[in-house]
Design a protein around this ligand. Structure first.
Ligand SMILES: Nc1nc2c(ncn2[C@@H]2O[C@H](COP(=O)(O)OP(=O)(O)OP(=O)(O)O)[C@@H](O)[C@H]2O)c(=O)[nH]1
Ligand SMILES: [Mg+2]
Length: 458
């Protein structure tokens, strides 16, 4: 339900800084500002200009001197009248200003409510609002770039073209359904089928970007794998550059999967440290080992760590044989202790065809090479992308999949005699599924879900 009341929230992060911004939006935004902030100039404050003003609480006591800008709708972020108060970056000042605004008639904004109003007022569609969140949350440059493109409407435009193409075919079919009593003219049929097939190809090529998009948004999932005591946790610490993981000479130290994010040359890596793989009588450790297998299954890339300071045992060889993944890197650890590996040990790895790096967490030897391999892995996958539009959310993917499935059903029906009306129904369903991606305005549930992950003030 759209409420046109006036809302207020701090738009900058909580905490202390030089400046914080309190944002007000709604019909009464200027009226609230007039009560709360008195410009130092005598004339009435012009729009789109910063005015140095004294901000006061409900009792008229001064809180702060602030720069205040009044922005009349509809060409604002929310589409409504918006006021921004740039005050000193103190949580105490911010809190007092928000309270003063509420005393003057504004209501505390809910999560994502400014962006939600922007969508409801047609200032952006839902994919663009999601792009705002993605841009803010981006962990590295590639993700920020994709979010920016989406914010500029790259995805929206692409979907609009698809929509136009489907509507064209639909109009053509429906015109014929209306005008003939019996058999439909079939001379346009191949052209229609070709057009819908083209739309399917377009959707498929967008869907193919999902793995990269998700990775850009969430990070490349790197999962550590190996026997206990191999030095997995130590290597994670070395890659992070800080002692985050507990390390000890006791095998079975790590008992849970721990995720840490690190930016490697503009690429976000989510590194998961795991429990070492072994048969164990301990129930807790066995559960941890099961979790390790699950993590490895969901990894973009596995980093297999094997202790280079002792020859491989049967257990190690079994682990190597057990990793059935297309992509991985082997780290042969503890190089500072000298290598205990023979040709036999090296040969045991040959079947994997994975790049191998000799590392030491103690001296950081091999760590740069390892980072470079991870970076190359991520950017090689990105380079395969010939698509300018990158799908990064499961919501977009499922909408596109539904659209494609309906289009395919329509293609099947167009081949059947007398099934044009059914084909038209499928095309309408395809249009609905497509519209759900950018403009699910009828669905509070979808909007609630999307904006729940926004923060207050966004
Ligand atoms: N000399 C040397 N010792 C290392 C190196 N990396 C790890 N170690 C030692 O090896 C032992 C095990 O290290 P961890 O990092 O805890 O090994 P892990 O693979 O995480 O072990 P679990 O959590 O038990 O599966 C510790 O005593 C570390 O100090 C290294 O590069 N050089
Ligand atoms: Mg460990």
């Amino acid at each position: 339900m759209y409420r046109a009341d006036t809302i207020v929230a701090c738009a900058t992060p909580a905490g202390r800084g030089a400046v914080s911004i309190v944002r007000i939006s709604g019909n009464e935004a200027f009226a609230v500002a007039d009560v709360v902030a008195q410009p130092h100039t005598t004339s009435s404050p012009a729009s789109w200009k910063l005015h140095l003003s004294t901000v006061r609480n409900a009792d008229g006591r001064p809180i702060d001197d602030a720069l205040v800008v009044r922005m009349p709708g509809p060409r604002t972020y929310t589409g409504e009248d918006v006021v921004e108060i740039q005050c000193h970056g103190s949580p105490v000042v911010v809190e007092a200003i928000v309270r003063a605004c509420m005393a003057a008639g504004a209501r505390a904004a809910e999560r994502g409510e400014f962006s939600r109003r922007a969508v409801l007022n047609g200032r952006m569609d839902l994919t663009q609002a999601e792009a705002v969140a993605d841009l803010i949350d981006a962990r590295a440059t590639a993700g920020a770039q994709s979010a920016w493109n989406q914010l500029q409407g790259a995805l929206s435009d692409r979907l609009a073209n698809l929509r136009a193409s489907i509507i064209e075919v639909l109009a053509d079919i429906e015109a014929n359904v209306d005008f003939t009593d019996e058999e439909l003219p079939t001379e346009n049929l191949p052209a229609r089928v070709v057009q819908i097939e083209g739309a399917c190809v377009d959707i498929e090529s967008m869907l193919a970007t999902f793995a990269v998009g998700r990775r850009q948004r969430e990070g490349l999932r790197v999962v550590m794998l190996g026997p206990p005591n191999a030095g997995k946790s130590s290597l994670v610490n070395a890659l992070l550059g800080e002692e985050r993981m507990i390390v000890s000479d006791e095998p079975g130290t790590t008992r849970d999967s721990v995720h840490e994010t690190v930016d490697v040359a503009g690429i976000a890596l989510v590194i998961t440290d795991t429990a070492g793989l072994r048969d164990t009588p301990s129930k807790a450790e066995a559960a941890a080992v099961a979790r390790t297998h699950a993590e490895a299954g969901a990894a973009d890339i596995v980093l297999l760590v094997l202790d280079g300071a002792r020859p491989l045992g049967d257990d190690d060889v079994a682990i190597v044989a057990g990793v059935r993944r297309a992509r991985g890197i082997v780290a042969v650890s503890k190089s500072d202790l000298g290598s205990a590996w023979s040709i036999v040990d090296n040969e045991a790895l040959a079947s994997l065809h994975w790049p191998t790096v000799v590392t030491s967490s103690r001296t950081s030897a091999g760590c740069d090479e390892l980072r470079e391999l991870l970076r190359e892995f991520a950017s090689a996958a990105d380079a395969e992308l010939s698509e300018p539009v990158v799908i990064s959310r499961a919501r977009h993917r499922s909408g596109l999949e539904q659209t494609r499935d309906r289009l395919r059903a329509a293609i099947g029906l167009l081949g059947d005699e007398g099934a044009s009306e059914l084909a038209a129904l499928e095309l309408r369903a395809a249009l609905d599924a497509l519209a759900g991606v950018t403009d699910p305005l009828g669905s509070e549930e979808v909007l609630d879900h999307v904006f729940a992950e926004f923060c207050i003030g966004k």
